[in-house]
Design a protein around this ligand. Sequence first.
Ligand SMILES: O=C(CO)COP(=O)(O)O
Length: 132
Amino acid sequence: MNIAITAHDAKKELMVQFCIAYCGILSRHTLCGTGTTGKMVSEATGLKIQQFLSGPQGGDQQIAARIACNEIDLLLFFRDPLTPKPNEPNDMNLLRICDMHNIPVATNIATAEVLIHGLERGDLDWREIVRN
Ligand SMILES: O=C(CO)COP(=O)(O)O
């Protein structure tokens, strides 16, 4: 499966901890992410992550474009609901494009836990069919 990761600044450390905890599962999949999040997770876990631009520079949109091309099977996007963001419209577009294409997306760690266990159990195997 192709998994994309991104996180707002206040949630980056949480994303790192999540990826450390599920490193074993994540290592069996193809990972990509926005620049800073991808770099932090890669350095902390040793996971190979294709790093796009930083989110505000267009990394979010690079992920959105891949979702539109049916190249992403799962998005983990840890959002900070408390701090206003200059690139909020891009964030909204990323979530919109997931809804457009029925891509499983977690915007917080609780949902991410459910999805990662589901992924491990094979609940997302239907993506293999719709991708091909
Ligand atoms: O912008 C982001 C989430 O919207 C994250 O981008 P970075 O991982 O490059 O900080």
